[in-house]
Every structure is written in C-alpha cells, then in structure tokens.
Design a protein around this ligand. Structure first.
Ligand code: RP5
Length: 163
C-alpha cells in the first residue's frame, strides 16, 4: 500500500530514536516510508521532499532531528501537510536544544512538537494515527484497540512488585 506517513530524520544516527515511531506505525498497520533528509546537509532534497509529499499521497510527516533541529520547521515551511516534530536527545544538551529548536516556531507555520526521545517518537506515530483516523476508519479502529490493550495491561498488573 502507498505510504501515508513520511518518516524523515536529519541523520542516520537519529534512527535509534525514530525507529520507535516506525515500530508504532507498524503495530497500527499504517503504511510509511523512511528517509534521511537533512535540513543543512541536503537542503535541496529536504525542499523537494516536502514540496512533493502531498502529491505522492503522504498525509502526515513525522520529522525527527537533534541539536539545532531545523528539519521539522523547514519541512513545514514547504508543505501544508501536518508536520510532527520529534526532538532527538543530543549529547551536549540532552535534547533541550532540539526541543526548543522545534517547538518555538514563530506564528504562521506550525510544527506539532512531541516529547524528547523515544516517548516523542512513539507519540508522534500515535498522533499521526489520530489524524489519519479522521478519514481512515480502519486506522482509528486499530488506534482504539491499541489504547484499550494499553489500559488493560496496566489494570492487569496493579502491584509494581510483581514480576
Ligand atoms: C542533526 O544533527 C541530526 O538530526 C542529528 O540528530 C544531529 C547529529 O547528526 P550526526 O552528526 O550524528 O549525523 O542534523
């Protein structure tokens, strides 16, 4: 099936974080593509990717980057598709640099910013599922089942000392 989500990241080194988004999309049966697209190392590719995503059938873009993380914002500047930004934990500043770079978009071009690291990557995929669920009932159904299973897993093990 043609990809509905474009999962992009600034470097191969971001995969360790963004793979959690990929795994969550897979768990929800959402077709996606993965690309390394750097805002500063491959700026032309980034613009081309963002400008052509909609006509290729992509409906949501998840963009992860670390440090001076321009990728989500610059991608959003080139497309009206929803862009979800995942701040990757950086070595020097533990991802606070990534978070602030992504979240502090000036008014006019939004990026939906998630938490730093794995939690943000998983939640970006879940939020993409919510957005896609508005017009893909089968995705909404799988998202609801995922949430139900999560709730049941917590309720089934109320004692934290249990193995
Ligand atoms: C950003 O710089 C990437 O998103 C990555 O998080 C960070 C470091 O990249 P590498 O030096 O590991 O390629 O562009």
């Amino acid at each position: 099936m043609a990809p509905l989500v474009g999962l992009i990241m600034g470097s191969r080194s971001d995969w360790e974080t963004l793979r959690h988004a990929a795994e969550t999309l897979e768990a929800l049966g959402i077709p996606y593509e993965v690309r390394v697209v750097s805002a500063h190392r491959t700026p032309d590719l980034m613009a081309e990717y963002a400008k052509t995503a909609e006509e290729r059938g992509i409906q949501v873009i998840i963009a992860g980057a670390g440090g001076a993380a321009h990728l989500p914002g610059m991608t959003a500047a080139h497309t009206a598709l929803p862009v979800l930004g995942v701040p990757v934990e950086s070595r020097a500043l533990k991802g606070l640099d990534s978070l602030l770079s992504i979240v502090q978009m000036p008014a006019g071009v939004p990026v939906g910013t998630l938490a730093i690291g794995k939690a943000g990557a998983v939640n970006a995929a879940l939020l993409a599922a919510s957005i896609l669920g508005l017009k893909h009932p089968e995705i909404l159904k799988r998202l609801k089942a995922y949430r139900k299973a999560q709730t049941e897993a917590v309720l089934a093990h109320p004692d934290p000392r249990e193995e």
